[in-house]
Design a protein around this ligand. Structure first.
Ligand code: MG
Length: 383
């Protein structure tokens, strides 16, 4: 079998799909994207295509190493996301060619279903309790929301108190019927994170995510030493080599690589194994589309330390389009009454793309950008 064509489709809300075709008629799908930089990743995919056309798609390991090493320059959000989507498509082809789900090729199931959680509250959290009540009635009991809005390097106790009041109101309304992680989204400096973690601990969040920016990862260990709240991070780390010093230093309880950003299934399965060796849990980041989610689930189903899967149903970014709109086999992604998805039954990644609908949507490509936030003094704030 040989790879003959790579086609990309940029479609609402902010997703990029890759279709890899072979001379035997088997096609694979991937989702290579960085949110807000889809066109850059799309260009990288087609540039990397020079190494793929005419090659045997079954040699995933060799093709991955070629894409990673052959260009001399490597790593980073754009290149590793391009490799990620290509890698997903190659696994999809291999599974379809052999007639088995990808998790069978990775050694088989370690669990029957994977627990997922939902986003509530959006960028500037409001009405979280009402949303949680609604979702709880549908079986979801685990959530994530943003902890703060803009926060200065050193901010007033009023800003801390606003976050604490919000979390306190959730616990008061929902009691222990729900679990939640709180995403600091890299908006918080280490000194402010120290204060927030101390004040949040009585409300027992499942985890705090990106307590500081990933480039400030040296603070994970001292922050973790100062709190009982498990710390999570990894959506902006793109390879094993980036996770290596972070895991070695300690401090993270959960790693969250993104299957569409960190080199795909091939790389993220290895990151999961590295984390397991450090007794660290695995919870892939996935605010993206259905191919990305299917790729995450394939690794979750074979990784003993996978604890939670993010998914984007109803996420605030999905304006006008939701997770399963381009999916034909929607029933395979239904969450049960524990918010869990059963092992995907179909060969390959387990997602059947509604190609006509996707092609139609790609005629009006989105120009999604994250908001540019500024502090009161006019300086740029972390979003
Ligand atoms: Mg996050």
């Amino acid at each position: 079998m040989k790879i003959v064509r790579l086609s990309t489709y940029h479609a609402a809300p902010r997703w990029l799909f890759l279709k890899v075709e072979t001379d035997e008629g088997i096609t694979g799908w991937g989702e290579p994207v960085i949110e807000g930089r889809a066109a850059s990743v799309e260009a990288a995919v087609h540039e990397l295509g020079d190494y793929l056309i005419g090659q045997d798609p079954a040699r995933i390991n060799d093709l991955w190493q070629t894409l990673y090493r052959a260009g001399f320059y490597r790593g980073g959000a754009i290149l590793m996301s391009a490799i990620a989507g290509i890698d997903q498509a190659l696994w999809d082809i291999k599974g379809k060619a052999l007639g088995v789900p990808v998790y069978q090729l990775l050694g088989g199931l370690v669990r029957d279903r994977m627990k997922t959680y939902r986003w509530v509250g959006g960028d500037r959290p409001a009405d979280i309790v009402a949303q949680m009540r609604n979702h709880l009635a549908q079986g979801f009991d685990t959530f994530k929301f943003n902890g703060t809005e803009e926060l200065k390097l050193i901010d007033s106790p009023r800003a801390i108190d606003a976050t604490i009041a919000k979390v306190a109101a959730i616990r008061e309304a929902m009691g222990d019927s729900v679990d939640f992680g709180i995403d600091f989204h890299g908006r918080v400096s280490a000194p402010m994170a120290r204060v927030l973690l101390r004040e949040l601990a009585p409300f027992k969040p499942l985890f705090v995510e990106e307590p500081v920016l990933p480039e400030q990862w040296e603070y994970y260990r001292p922050l973790s030493d100062a709190t009982s709240i498990p710390l999570a991070a990894g959506e902006r780390m793109y390879s094993r080599t980036e996770f290596k010093p972070v895991l070695a230093a300690g401090g993270l309880a959960i790693v969250q690589p993104d299957l569409s950003h960190a080199g795909g299934i091939t790389e993220c399965a290895k990151i999961a194994a590295m984390a397991e060796a450090h007794d660290v849990a695995f919870a892939p980041h996935c605010p993206l589309g259905p191919v990305a989610l299917a790729a995450c689930l394939q690794v979750d189903f074979v990784s003993w330390n996978a604890v939670l899967q993010e998914q984007s149903i109803g996420i605030h970014y999905n304006e006008g389009t939701d997770l399963l709109d381009y999916v034909l086999n929607k029933e395979d992604f239904r969450c049960d009454d524990t918010g869990s998805i059963a092992a995907l039954p179909k060969p390959g990644l387990g997602v059947e793309i509604d190609e006509q609908r996707l092609i139609e949507a790609s005629r009006r490509p989105p120009r999604w950008r994250n908001p540019l936030w500024r502090h009161g003094d006019g300086s740029v704030a972390e979003w």
